[in-house]
Design a protein around this ligand. Structure first.
Ligand code: GLV
Ligand code: MN
Ligand code: MN
Length: 424
């Protein structure tokens, strides 16, 4: 029997049940820190990712969801609505992590979606529209670039055949091979045949703003642009003791100069420009050998695409100058390039008013991190809900969000989904 009105308005998730699922999933690929930190290493399409997927799918099946796996390995569990013709309202996120990840990044959004479903089941609440909870393949991009790969393919932003051929940075396996190996090369076509009515994703903030300001809920207005480039710098390997400094063609020196230049450029640009060199690999990586080759990655981000483009052009020029001065060559490969995204005004307002109705403080904010929601926003009205990250830490095994904040965010998700799924 469907509940309406007051009873539905009073509905709340079970925070303990959600926390227990976060703990259980966090044990798969668990990484322990020296001070008792409990992080996660579940790089996309590894054995640990498979084990995490299997656990979440078992929970979806326990909840009676119709589970599909598509050709890029995205998994979607759907609870039917009363109108068989209505497009589903969708939520979800990712369960892959970076190698030094936490238990909350991505996982929260998926498990909170399941908690919403369980809450509705428990209270016998039927929605007009189906509610779908998804987890998308390789959101992190840490093993296969670009990031948000599964959701990009889901919305038709990249052909699935092309995505399946992407090669892993660690062991040279392809997405297609790894999906088949772990049993998640699904048969549901991708891009998705049914476009969701709306999408909303709960995620940890991964930055310091909400905690600093003592605010419970971030109402996410959009996501900044992302530019990833891989540089291969080739010089001449030589003896560290016998080669005069003036005769060297040292790609290690060039890499160091580029790393410094990237930081200086970001500081000079100001206004939210960030620049990161997250990978830097020397070959042959020996104490007494001038390296022959260095591979490094550049991650540039900005909410203003014109400024981001200027940063890209300027840094490219600096890299060329550094390489010419050192007599080394430079190879470039674009790993990811996504323009800034603005979320839907109506969905932003809905998240904001839902937080207010629940008596929770909120503020509007852009996202510094990439998210599956930015891909879904290409096809349907989308927004996100942020909850505070302790110390602003993420992509770090010490990543933590307090239980009360998790519960508050899941309640905002519950009522945002309910409002969207009960209206035609
Ligand atoms: C994904 O986590 C990203 O923003 O790099
Ligand atoms: Mn994430
Ligand atoms: Mn992440």
């Amino acid at each position: 029997m469907a509940q309406t009105g007051r009873a539905a308005a009073d509905l709340r998730v079970d925070g303990s049940r959600l926390w227990e699922r976060i703990e259980a999933l966090g044990e798969i690929g668990q990484v322990l820190g020296p001070n008792g930190e409990r992080g996660c290493a579940r790089l996309a399409l590894t054995d640990a990712d498979r084990d995490g997927r299997d656990l979440v799918v078992s929970w979806m099946l326990d909840l009676g969801l119709q589970v599909t796996v598509d050709a890029i390995g995205n998994v979607v569990g759907t609870r039917p609505g009363s109108d068989p013709q209505a497009a589903p309202v969708m939520t979800g996120s990712h369960i892959d992590t970076v190698r030094t990840g936490g238990r909350f990044d991505g996982n929260l959004g998926v498990l909170a979606g399941l908690e919403v479903i369980e809450t509705l089941e428990q209270h016998g609440i039927t929605t007009l529209r189906p509610i779908a909870v998804g987890f998308f393949t390789d959101e992190e991009g840490a093993r296969f670039a670009p990031d948000m790969l599964g959701s990009l393919v889901y919305v038709g932003g990249l052909a699935v055949e092309e995505a399946l051929d992407i090669v892993a940075v660690d062991d040279g396996a392809t997405v297609g091979e790894e999906l088949a190996r772990i049993g998640y090369a699904g048969s549901t076509p991708c891009p998705a045949a049914v476009v969701p009515h709306a999408f909303v994703e709960l995620h940890i903030e991964q930055g310091p703003v909400l905690e600093d300001e003592g605010i419970a809920i971030g109402v996410v207005t959009g996501v900044q642009g992302i530019s990833w480039t891989e540089l291969t710098i080739v010089g001449q390997s030589a003896h560290a003791g016998t080669t005069p400094m003036g005769m060297r063609h040292d790609p290690g020196y060039a890499a160091a100069a580029i790393i410094v230049a990237a930081r200086e450029l970001a500081l000079r640009f100001g206004a939210g420009q960030v620049a990161t060199v997250g990978r830097c690999e020397f070959t042959p990586d020996l104490v007494n050998v001038v390296p022959s080759e260095v591979l490094l990655t550049l991650d540039l981000r900005n909410s203003d695409d014109a400024v981001l483009q200027r940063a890209e052009v300027e840094l490219r020029g600096i890299c060329n100058d550094v390489a010419a001065a050192e007599g080394v060559t430079l190879g470039r490969r674009t790993l990811a390039r996504f323009e800034p995204v603005e979320f839907d005004a109506g969905m932003i307002e809905l998240v904001e008013s839902t937080a207010a109705q629940l008596g929770l403080s909120s503020r509007r904010m852009p996202s510094g991190a990439g998210h599956d929601a930015q891909m879904l926003s290409r096809v349907c009205p989308t927004s996100m809900i942020f909850v505070p990250s302790v110390g602003g830490l993420s992509h770090n095994i010490a990543e933590l969000t307090e239980r009360a904040d998790i519960e508050a965010g899941a309640n905002v998700l519950l009522h945002t989904l309910l409002a969207t799924a009960t209206t035609p």
